[in-house]
Ligand binder design. Structure first.
Ligand SMILES: [Zn+2]
Ligand SMILES: [Zn+2]
Length: 329
């Protein structure tokens, strides 16, 4: 099969021919049709997430069709369309797994990081962690739901019932979560890189009531903010923008160091927290909600061999919406 392979952190990915993987017991072999490109892929390729499996096929927003099933798989049959997300496997026995917090399992294995992912024509996955893809979505439009959408959704839940919601970093996740937040009747304030007027227009078009640079103060206090950009300097800015009792949620898996800030910014029962990974329940809930909103994803397609270009465009902020690799049919 054709695959884009990471041989050493620092990249780039190299096009290679690999054997089609064999589905083991409890696994499915998925013929990949589309795979979304996520900022986490960039952190893996650039070496900011340590000790990936090597060589590695990255990519954890896989939409594909089950080609074969391994022993004991009853949940899916050949021909079923499935999504393969970031959470690839957990231990199922630890304190976290037993209390509905499998996203925190210490033995969890992640797709496109410790397990081969979807920048390839085939991927194998633990059938228990695959998700059903909502029918109304073509493959390309469905792919960004699988991480940008559902980890964004988990972050939105952590923001509680905030009415005035700030989104810092207006990429793939924010463009989806803005639509969900509007659907829930929230007011959205979007923060982009300073001067990125295209992203600000995009945010307003999707329903943001205000859009500006992250250095700007919003026209009124916020009840919560979600930081999607991997920039620690945004934390004090977001804390400054939220009202007393407000929450700032860091949604990314990696962030540059957070500069020190006066306690006064946290005082007043403001909360600062991170969101890690996803549970299968997040996936099921979000994928049921997306067609109700309905969430419409704006995607920029790239061929499989264009993976490095897609990562570059993401790194430099040249993207509006979500990058997706078109792999097969
Ligand atoms: Zn566990
Ligand atoms: Zn992701």
């Amino acid at each position: 099969m054709r695959a884009m392979v990471l041989r050493a952190p620092g990249g780039p990915l190299r096009p290679e021919e690999l054997p089609v993987p064999e589905p083991g017991s409890g696994e499915v072999l998925v013929r990949v049709r589309a795979c979304g490109v996520c900022r986490t892929d960039l952190h893996v390729v650039d070496g900011e997430l340590r000790e990936p499996k090597l060589p590695l096929v990255v990519g954890h927003q896989i939409v594909g069709v089950v080609e074969r099933v391994g022993e004991g798989v009853e949940r899916f049959s050949p021909g079923d369309r499935v999504g393969v997300p970031w959470l690839g496997r957990t231990c199922g026995r630890c304190r976290y797994c037993r209390t509905g917090r499998e996203n925190l399992c210490g033995e969890a294995r992640f797709t496109g990081y410790q397990l081969d992912g979807g920048f390839a024509e085939y991927a194998r996955a633990d059938a228990r962690f695959c998700l059903p893809v909502p029918e109304g979505y073509p493959d390309l439009q469905a792919a960004p739901l699988l991480c940008a959408g559902l980890i964004g959704y988990r972050a939105l839940r952590m923001a509680g019932d905030a009415e005035r919601l700030g989104l810092y970093g207006f990429g793939a996740s924010a463009h989806i979560i803005l639509q969900v937040a509007r659907h829930q009747g929230r007011r959205v304030f979007a923060f982009t890189r300073d001067g990125d007027e295209e992203a600000q227009r995009f945010a307003r078009r999707l329903g943001a009531e205000w859009a500006g640079g992250s250095g700007q103060r919003p026209p009124e206090e916020l009840d919560a903010a979600i930081i999607f950009a991997p920039v620690g300097a945004l934390v004090p800015l977001a804390l400054r923008a939220v009202a007393r009792g407000g929450t700032v949620v860091c949604a990314g898996i990696h962030m540059s160091d957070i500069p020190s800030f006066p306690y006064e910014l946290l005082w007043g029962e403001r909360q600062l927290r991170s969101v890690a990974n996803l549970t299968r329940r997040d996936g099921e809930e979000f994928l049921a909600l997306a067609p109700e909103v309905p969430v419409r994803t704006e995607v920029r397609p790239y061929p499989l061999e264009g993976a490095n270009q897609a990562l570059d465009d993401l790194r430099s902020g040249r993207l509006t919406g979500a990058a997706v690799l078109v792999v097969g049919r």
